[in-house]
Design a protein around this ligand. Structure first.
Ligand SMILES: [Zn+2]
Ligand SMILES: [Zn+2]
Length: 145
């Protein structure tokens, strides 16, 4: 995702998700929206703390709310580790992630998801609520080493 969210677009995004664009919510969304890779809650907290006084519980609560309202993606990485990144406005704008197995970094892949075999899913009686596609491999920085 291209990191260039403005305060105005952040507020518009919150409003269209049915949320009141409070100062803290806007800050959380901007912190995530202006980073090209999924961030952990701690990283988000650190980014916001450099400019505003906000506590951990507030940030966690806002992140939950933004995930619930489909503004952010939550990547569940096991062992209670989670990372957050911006969701597409439309479901078709959702994206996959790349995980570097050497440095453990996650990257958002700025391309549409590969199409799912809807007929197969239908035949199996599966109703998809969330898609989480993760590619694993080696990132350019690690490849150079
Ligand atoms: Zn790497
Ligand atoms: Zn992402």
């Amino acid at each position: 995702m291209t990191p260039k969210m403005t305060e105005k677009t952040a507020k518009t995004r919150l409003t269209s998700a049915g949320l009141d664009p409070t100062a803290h919510r806007t800050r959380v969304l901007l912190a995530v929206g202006n980073t090209a890779q999924p961030l952990s809650a701690v990283e988000i907290l650190e980014k916001i703390r450099s400019t505003a006084n906000i506590n951990r519980v507030t940030v966690y609560r806002i992140l939950d709310l933004l995930v619930e309202h489909e503004v952010l993606n939550r990547l569940d990485l096991g062992k209670h580790a989670q990372r957050f990144c911006l969701r597409g406005v439309e479901r078709t704008e959702d994206h996959a992630h790349f995980h570097c197995t050497r440095c453990d970094r996650y990257l958002c892949i700025d391309a549409p998801l590969p199409p799912l075999a809807q007929d197969v899913l239908a035949r199996m009686g599966l109703e998809v609520e969330r898609v989480d596609i993760r590619l694993e491999g080696v990132c350019p920085a690690c490849k150079k080493k």
